[in-house]
Design a protein around this ligand. Structure first.
Ligand code: NAD
Ligand code: DAU
Length: 356
């Protein structure tokens, strides 16, 4: 019994490895290319653990996948590997097509050949981790995305994830590969790379830098604590029906401005500024993201009703844990905000504000 997981040196994948190994002795083989978003420091506590094998590699490298599948004989593959940042997809979409589309294709083909060579075991699963962004943007009064909502991806990132979802669906429909797909809302928590809103704001606040809010800050996201997402993935792997998709969300709709104000208020309490001022004073409205989706929200009733999963954390408890984690791990933040990270921040925010 082994899981082959991809992209687990990144944010959600590394949290998945920690969550999994806290509750199971089933080994994990972790294949990650170690792009700018992949950090072995996210996995420090399990690097010497016999249950975790790390392999640096690209999911678009078919020969490597074949070798790993034949060697480790996994009972399931979970695909976290992706280019995941919308702003980067706007600057440079090609990596998103390479990994999210072609990488998923090669992984599906490797899985299909492996599953066939094994005699098509009934219990085998290919679990694909996707996003709510494939559904597009909701109006203010519309109900949350259900599994039957149409696909209307609006960014190069979401279009590449939508393509991958369609490939996964087709490999089940055409070849019978036993697939599952999860479409989740915005995650936050430990090991979140500070290019994304929540860790960026925590990092900038503590560094005395502007807290950049795109446009009017009234865009809405449905926030889910990352451990709850990891538990949902375990639940779908254990109990999900082959060929089904499951939407996962926190039932925590917040505007971006509300999120940033909550972070500022929490930091004012936990790490007050010597000047007596509030971190709120660092909030800066900047040029909007092109094609910015206005609202995402998930209807998670299917996974709740059919598989019995519900999130454990409220936004208030999850954000407090997250901020406490960042305050307790300054060395982790320092290690991943070196050279390449600084280049990205300069490129992304100088154009928006005139200053990095
Ligand atoms: P991340 O960017 O933090 O991590 C992605 C990981 O994939 C990195 O470790 C990177 O090195 C690796 N990777 C990239 N290209 C690769 C390749 N070609 N081969 C092997 N490894 C490669 O992303 P994340 O936020 O942890 O997201 C994980 C998955 O969950 C993605 O598929 C993403 O679309 C999905 N998702 C993310 C969120 C969110 O809020 N972060 C929400 C819903 C779904
Ligand atoms: O909905 C799930 C998706 O959530 C995942 O599929 C993506 O991988 C993940 O990156 C995330 O996408 P978002 O674009 O919603 O996340 P991000 O943290 O980049 O932005 C959250 C919101 O905050 C969004 O409305 C844009 C805004 N924002 C973001 C940044 C980085 C700002 O206002 N300022 C910023 O500096």
């Amino acid at each position: 019994m082994t899981l082959l997981v991809t992209g687990c040196a990144g944010f959600i994948g590394s949290n998945f490895v920690h969550t999994w190994l806290a509750g199971s002795d089933e080994p994990i083989v972790n294949v990650d290319k170690l792009t700018y978003a992949g950090n072995l420091s996210n996995l420090e506590s399990v690097l010497g653990d016999a249950r975790h094998t790390f392999v640096q590699g690209d999911i678009a490298e078919r020969a490597l996948l074949d070798k790993l599948l034949a060697l480790h004989l996994p009972r399931a593959i979970i695909n976290f590997a992706a280019e995941s940042h919308v702003d980067r997809s706007i600057h440079s979409p090609i990596d998103f097509l390479h990994t999210n589309v072609m990488g998923t294709f090669h992984l599906l083909e490797a899985a299909r050949d492996y599953w066939t060579a094994q005699g098509q075991p009934e219990g085998f699963r290919f679990l694909h981790i996707s996003t709510d962004e494939v559904f597009g943007s909701l109006g203010p009064q519309e109900p949350g995305f259900s599994e039957t909502h149409g696909y209307e991806p609006n960014s190069p990132y979401s279009a590449s994830k939508a393509s991958a979802d369609h490939l996964v669906r087709a490999w089940h429909h055409t070849y019978g590969l036993p697939v599952l797909t999860t479409n989740c809302s915005n995650n936050y928590g430990p090991y979140h790379f500070p290019e994304k809103l929540i860790p960026l704001v925590i990092h900038n606040a503590l560094s005395g830098k502007p807290l950049p809010i795109y446009g009017d800050g009234q865009q809405i996201r449905d926030w889910l604590y990352v451990k709850d997402h990891c538990l949902a993935i375990q639940c779908v792997l254990d109990k999900g029906l082959v060929g089904h998709t499951y939407n996962v969300g926190g039932n925590n709709e917040k505007t971006n401005l509300e999120v940033v104000e909550t972070i500022c208020a929490t930091l004012d309490r936990l790490r007050p500024l010597a000047s007596g001022r509030s971190y709120r004073d660092q909030i800066t409205f900047v040029k909007d993201r092109p094609g910015h989706d206005r609202r995402y929200a998930i209807d998670a009733s299917k996974i709740q009703r059919e598989l019995g999963w519900t999130p454990q954390e409220s936004f208030e408890s999850g954000i407090a844990k997250t901020i406490a984690w960042y305050l307790d791990h300054p060395e982790w933040v320092a290690s991943i905000t070196s050279g390449a990270y600084r280049d990205w921040v300069e490129q992304q925010y100088t154009a928006k504000t005139g200053a990095a």
